[in-house]
Structure formats: structure tokens, C-alpha cells
Ligand binder design. Structure first.
Ligand code: SAH
Length: 395
């Protein structure tokens, strides 16, 4: 056993921790206690886990670690948005953003180093792709932020879970809207989601954890079976012709298939859904919310005309949804411009007039490049995307 590299406990949900404890000859029910120490209290030092038997602490010392990605920089924007750059090895770094609001605190988490999709207007997509993040690297972002914000025992000594109501929690919501496409790193993302939902860990409600996807249709179905949470879909265009250009994965799974998958997601849980692991909150059978959030980046002169809004009304007739309009956040050489506030307002009015809930995402943290589509981290691209772009430009 001792010759093996230590097991990173951050990489395991309750089931995984249970299996690990059995493997080192310890009592499986200790997994819950361990989960609480590691996640709820943010403790990385086994010696501090005072209610664990001394023999167990010694065994953990020999076989395990709690290792989150290393912090490189920590910046705070004028509006209170905070961004951490975390090192994940081989010259790569990822970004995590915390967005405080009056009634909630949202953590925006990355799922990959870079992104393999090439959405035309996204800075992450422009950078290329290196690899999927591990479970420990995904949940490590929440672990890190929770400690840094004083949710763990290390700072303030308060147990965030015992505060009244979810509103008092520092991190009340998690959105998988950082770097990467979460549904192409499916297994690791699902294990990380289970840890977020686990009452012994972060105890987040399924309605307050959102997976955002550009539309990986088969994995929307798998998510519904394996770990239903709130779903956001990056729509960005109301018809296939335009969407093929802006979100190229649309060529593989066009709107008709995407919208059908959205409807399946909203149906009640299938009979063959996995049983809910002990300790995980289960609000009710079926999707945790009864609508899909469609994200729609507003690009001047590209997708922001009244005719586009009217086409979105057609989409909304097919899928129960809310629209979230995102003013485009520019980055160098993006080739796009942000829609004018008047255009955004006109667009929103057409949707609202038809009775659709339509919000405009407030730009937060743009002075630290922490806004949507500005997350870049450091990506050692393995897809030669930059070279390809340069070659295309000079051809
Ligand atoms: N890959 C996932 C999640 C990451 S992106 C997805 O596509 O949904 C999170 C959101 O930010 C997506 O809706 C994405 O389209 C949007 N976004 C990307 N670039 C942007 C930009 N430059 N300005 C505004 N929003 C952007």
C-alpha cells in the first residue's frame, strides 16, 4: 500500500471514499466524517481531524492527501467579484470566479483546461484545448473558494451548513460556466456534482447547481439519468444557419435535436435513473427545475435584431424556457462587438411582451477579465488552433 502514490481525497464522492476506506482496512462509515472534514471544514491536515481514531489518522497520513490546485493569483474587482488563477501543472492554469450578490453568492467553475469547441465569440475557445480537469481539480475550485471566503473552519470557525437558510451561505450557487465544456468531461463533472450536492460536503440544492452546455445532446440525456441539476444551454442563435457559424457543435447536433433533448431533460426522472446515493439531497423525482435557461450572447448586427427575437419566440413554443441575454464581453481580435443597450432593450421587450421571462446578465468583474467569455487562464494548446488561425488569416 505504502508504495502507491497517495490517494487525493478531493477526487472522491461518498461512494469513492467508502471504497477507499474499505481498501485500507478501515470502517466504511467513516467516509461521512471524512467528507465533512475535507469539504465542510476545508481541512487538509489529518492531524486536525480530532474525532477520527488515532489509528485512522495515521493510516490516512500514509495513504492519502487532500490536494487542491495551487493558487497563483487572487484578484478582486471593483464590484466585489473575485477571481482565482489556479495552477494545474505543465504550464496550465484555470480560472474560478466568485460573484457576490445581495441574496446569493455564485461560484463559476471551470471543467477543462481550454475548450475543444470553437464557439466564434469565446476567448476560451480561441485558446485551444489541453485536457479535461480531474475530479479533484474541479471540486478543488469550490474547496479553495469556500476556504478563501471563510466558509471552512480554517477562517472564522463557522460551520456554513448550520447557518439559517441557504441565503446565508457564502457560496449558495455553483455554475459550471467557466472554462471548458462540462458535458465533454462527463464522468469527472458528475462525480464533482455529487460532492457539491452531498449533505456531508457542500449540501447545495440541485436547483442551485447549474451545468451550462453548448449542446452535447447525448450527454444531456446522461446527465438527466445520472445527476439531474439545473440546465443552461448556450443557444446564441435562433436558427441552424446562424448557429452553425456561432456554435459549430450545432452542425453535429442541430437545433431540432437539441430542443428535443431539452424537453426530455424536463420530463420526470426515467425509471432507470440511478438510485440517489445516501446523504444526497433529492428534492423530487425528475428535473430539479421545470424550465431550461437559454443563454444568448448579444452580438451587434449578428444575432440581435428584432427578427431574431421573433424566431426565439418560436423556440420558446417548443421548450419551456427562460432567456438570459448576455451582452458580449469583448477580447482582442474577437471580430465581434457588443450590442448597444438600446438593441438589448428592444430584444428583451419583444420576448417579455410575449410573456417570456427574460433577464439581462449584468456584466461583473470585467476589470479583472472575470466576465463571461473572458476566462482564459493559461492553456498549453495541443490542438494547434492558434497556428491554424494564423495560417488561415495569411492564406
Ligand atoms: N461550454 C459551456 C460553458 C462555458 S461558457 C457552454 O457553452 O455553455 C459560459 C457562457 O458564457 C456560455 O453561454 C458562453 O457562450 C458565454 N460566453 C462565451 N464567450 C462569451 C463572451 N465573449 N461574452 C459573453 N458571453 C460569452
Amino acid at each position: 500500500m505504502d508504495q502507491h502514490p497517495p490517494v487525493n481525497l478531493l477526487g472522491h464522492d461518498l461512494e469513492g471514499l467508502t471504497a477507499f476506506l474499505l481498501q485500507i482496512g478501515e470502517k466504511p462509515f467513516r467516509a461521512r466524517q471524512l467528507m465533512r472534514w475535507v469539504h465542510r471544514f476545508g481541512e487538509a491536515d489529518f492531524a486536525q481531524m480530532t474525532d477520527l481514531a488515532r489509528s485512522l489518522r495515521a493510516a490516512l497520513d500514509r495513504t492519502a492527501v487532500v490536494a487542491a490546485p495551487r493558487l497563483l493569483t487572487d484578484s478582486t474587482a471593483t464590484d466585489g467579484t473575485r477571481k482565482w488563477l489556479l495552477e494545474v501543472g505543465a504550464g496550465n492554469a484555470i480560472e474560478t470566479v466568485f460573484i457576490p450578490e445581495a441574496n446569493r453568492g455564485t461560484l463559476c467553475i471551470s471543467s477543462q483546461v481550454g475548450c475543444a469547441l470553437e464557439c466564434a465569440f469565446c476567448a476560451t475557445g480561441r485558446q485551444g484545448f489541453n485536457r479535461n480537469l480531474s475530479v479533484a481539480e474541479i471540486i478543488g475550485q469550490l474547496w479553495w473558494a469556500n476556504r478563501a471566503l471563510g466558509g471552512g473552519r480554517s477562517l472564522g470557525g463557522r460551520d456554513a451548513r448550520t447557518d439559517k437558510g441557504t441565503g446565508d451561505r457564502i457560496i449558495s450557487n455553483v455554475v459550471m460556466m467557466g472554462m471548458g465544456e462540462p458535458l465533454t468531461n462527463f464522468d469527472n463533472v458528475v462525480t464533482a456534482l455529487r460532492i457539491m450536492l452531498d449533505d456531508h460536503a457542500y449540501g447545495l440544492s440541485r436547483r442551485r447547481v447549474t451545468v451550462s452546455t453548448a449542446g452535447v445532446v447525448p450527454n444531456i440525456d446522461r446527465l438527466r439519468q445520472e445527476c439531474p441539476v439545473a440546465l443552461a444551454v448556450s443557444l446564441h442563435a435562433p436558427n441552424d444557419e446562424l448557429r452553425d457559424r456561432l456554435v459549430p457543435i450545432n452542425k453535429k447536433w442541430p437545433l431540432r435535436e437539441l430542443l428535443a433533448a431539452c424537453n426530455r431533460y424536463l420530463e420526470s426522472a426515467p425509471a432507470d435513473a440511478e438510485p440517489v446515493p445516501a446523504g444526497v439531497k433529492w428534492q423530487r423525482a425528475g428535473a430539479p427545475r421545470d424550465f431550461i435557461t437559454f443563454e444568448y450572447v448579444m452580438l451587434a448586427g449578428v444575432n440581435d435584431g428584432p427578427e431574431h427575437a421573433r424566431q426565439l419566440l418560436e423556440v420558446a413554443r417548443q421548450v419551456p424556457c427562460k432567456y438570459n441575454l448576455i451582452p458580449f464581453n469583448p477580447f482582442p481580435e474577437s471580430g465581434f462587438e457588443r450590442s448597444s443597450p438600446a438593441a438589448v432593450r428592444r430584444f428583451q421587450e419583444i420576448l417579455m411582451h410575449a410573456g417570456l421571462v427574460t433577464t439581462v446578465r449584468k456584466t461583473r468583474g470585467d476589470d479583472i477579465d472575470g466576465a463571461c467569455g473572458q476566462l482564459a487562464g493559461r492553456v498549453q494548446d495541443r490542438t494547434r488552433r492558434a497556428q491554424r488561425r494564423r495560417a488561415e488569416a495569411s492564406a
